[in-house]
Write a protein that binds this ligand. Structure first.
Ligand code: APR
Length: 259
């Protein structure tokens, strides 16, 4: 399957990938778009039809936990029907075959599924992503600090039917970093370390408008590393990129890997 990326540009990107000693991979929801996961700011993006301040802030959850859980229940159900695409698999292969780390803004869990598929039963841990913004399939307690996995359908009929803590019975919330909330310090510190130690940053499918994630590729660049961007549209990072591969991740990444 051919890409719109001209062969010279692709050859330069392949050369940077081959020569890299350590790769820092940053992804946004664009990597999952071809799997059927809605983006946030694209044409049919979630933030075009929903207001983040009503659904993705701690204030919104305090105001109406039923509405927020209804929305996250809908997203969980939709995403649980999605499969990794060739873009996810190509990144998993990079992370399995060489010193590299996948750091994602995504909450869909598809990088982990791709890592397991690519590892084919062998150890997949080196391709397990660092999730900056949490996961649709994890919950945490609003009272006792309980954290856990949860893939069950959400019953958001009323306040009483909402997910409750197995330890203390209090209301559970999605384990997602909402607008106005800080990222987990340990996770953020690890992401900054990876960005600093890498000599190549591969940034895929993000509009690069949400901080602190959008600053990470700049750290690699300022530390003397190279930046390759994969995105069909220009972003605030395109000017920083040494190579911009303007195409769909599910097509461009396998081509970058020489498939
Ligand atoms: N391949 C590569 N990139 C794509 C594809 C594709 N098939 N389809 C769309 N894109 C690009 C778009 O051009 C856009 O630049 O993916 C980007 C998606 O941008 P957003 O919708 O803004 O999503 P993202 O950057 O992941 O958002 C960051 O914002 O809403 C918060 O916490 C949420 O993690 C999210 C953060």
């Amino acid at each position: 399957m051919s890409t719109d990326v001209n062969s010279e540009v692709m050859a330069r990107a392949r050369g940077l990938l081959e020569d890299a000693a350590r790769v820092f991979i940053l992804t946004g929801v664009g990597i999952s778009a071809e799997s059927g996961v809605p983006t946030f700011r694209g044409e049919d993006g979630l933030w075009r039809s929903y207001r983040p301040e009503e659904l993705a802030t701690p204030q919104a959850f305090r105001r109406d936990p039923r509405l927020v859980w209804e929305w996250y229940g809908w997203r969980r159900e939709k995403v649980s029907k999605c499969q990794p695409n060739p873009g996810h698999r190509a990144l998993a292969r990079i992370a399995l075959d060489r010193p590299a780390r996948i750091i994602t803004q995504n909450v869909d869990g598809l990088h982990e599924v791709a890592a397991k598929l690519e590892a084919g039963g062998a150890d997949w841990e080196s391709a397990s992503p660092l999730e900056l913004h949490g996961s649709l399939f994890r919950v945490r307690c609003t009272e006792c600090g309980f954290h856990g996995s949860d893939r069950a359908p959400v019953d958001a009929t009323d306040r009483e039917s909402l997910p409750s803590c197995p330890e203390c019975g209090a209301l559970l919330r999605p384990d997602i970093v909402w607008f106005g909330e800080a990222l987990e310090p340990v996770v953020l510190a690890a992401a900054f370390d990876e960005a600093r130690e890498a000599d190549l940053c591969l940034v895929v499918g993000t509009s690069a408008v949400v901080q602190p994630a959008a600053s990470l590729p700049r750290i690699t660049s300022e530390a003397g590393g190279f930046v390759i961007e994969v995105n069909p549209q220009p972003t605030p990072l395109t000017g920083l990129a040494d190579v911009a591969l303007q195409g769909l991740a599910g097509v461009v990444l396998p081509t970058l890997m020489g498939d």
